[in-house]
Design a binder for this molecule. Structure first.
Ligand code: HEC
Ligand code: HEC
Length: 249
């Protein structure tokens, strides 16, 4: 989020040129033509965010069979999910502790050089098989790490309560969300294993996950990306969503 440097803009244009060449490999870009070159940071960083969430789903390819050896002991994580960036690095990019192992946060890499991230990902010692993804996917997820992460403290307090004004957030909800998720926010929602199908429950209990998905969209689902909105508006929306469905603790 925030203003993009000239260097980042150049990276985005380069990623886009590659995207148009690879077209068919990236489902959301299928059918892109040269005249679509106005595709910019909102689309590409959101796509990077969705790749961070689940690259395999968005590319419609299978992750390696079995468990990621780095998460062998993290029994609560399904095998398929051991191959997602978010599982190790977290929904707010602050890292995770799973199966007794601490995985590093990425928040300090905002403004780093995307090329460095790409090199980390391609290094065989990093526990993610980047060589099995198209180069464009690696470019976009690297760009996301350096330019697309949201800053948690802008949206949430330490307890995970949204910092916005729910009255303003209600307008966004009524204008943009009701048509799919319905007035009670309980339709068209599955979430992650263990989640309850309720926007109120998810935004209270998994606020970082909800924020990442609201800002970037959801891999292979008809969910909006609100990256274009002002951060305060997204904080307002989160505050309203946290008031929904209060009976669901
Ligand atoms: C199974 C867990 C796991 C998965 C999945 C994973 N990583 Fe990592 N990541 C690590 C570990 C462990 C390190 C630190 C050691 C290393 O660099 O190999 C790390 C390091 C990094 C670093 C360098 C951090 C620093 O401070 O320099 C970046 C950037 C990174 N990962 C990004 C990603 C991205 C993007 C993805 C998805 C494409 C991903 N990782 C998937 C475990 C994981
Ligand atoms: C065109 C239909 C559509 C619209 C409009 C829409 N969504 Fe979604 N949304 C979806 C679908 C489909 C999913 C994926 C379901 C899933 O994986 O849980 C989803 C998932 C989500 C999730 C992720 C839940 C989770 O943690 O996995 C959140 C949060 C969310 N939507 C909030 C919103 C908000 C807030 C708005 C309004 C700004 C909105 N959605 C508008 C269709 C829509």
């Amino acid at each position: 989020m925030g203003v993009l440097s000239t260097q980042t803009r150049k990276r985005i244009v380069a990623a886009l040129a590659l995207a148009l060449m690879l077209g068919a490999a990236m489902l959301p870009l299928r059918g892109a033509h040269a005249q679509d070159t106005e595709l910019g940071p909102v689309f590409l960083l959101s796509l990077g965010g969705k790749l961070y969430d689940n690259a395999w789903t968005i590319l419609d390819i299978n992750p390696p069979g079995g468990r990621n050896p780095a998460l062998e002991d993290a029994v609560s994580v399904a095998s398929r999910d051991t191959w997602r960036c978010v599982t190790c690095h977290g929904w707010d990019y602050s890292g995770t502790t799973l199966g007794g192992t601490e995985f590093p946060g990425l928040a300090t890499l905002m403004d780093a050089d995307p090329e460095e991230i790409k090199q980390t990902l391609l290094d065989p010692s990093h526990p993610f098989p980047a060589d099995q993804l198209p180069e464009l996917a690696i470019e976009l997820v690297s760009l996301f790490v350096t330019t697309g992460q949201y800053e948690r403290s802008v949206f949430l307090d330490d307890a995970g309560e949204a910092l916005g004004n729910p009255e303003f957030g209600r307008d966004v909800f009524e204008g943009a969300c009701i048509s799919c998720h319905q007035l009670d926010g309980r339709t068209f929602l599955y979430g992650e294993p263990g989640d309850r199908p309720s926007l109120g429950w998810i935004t209270r209990n998994r606020p970082e996950q909800a924020l990442h998905k609201i800002i970037n969209g959801v891999p292979a689902a008809e969910m909006l990306s609100l990256r274009f909105m002002a951060e305060e508006q997204i904080a307002d929306l989160m505050a309203y969503l946290q008031t929904l469905d209060p009976a669901e603790q």
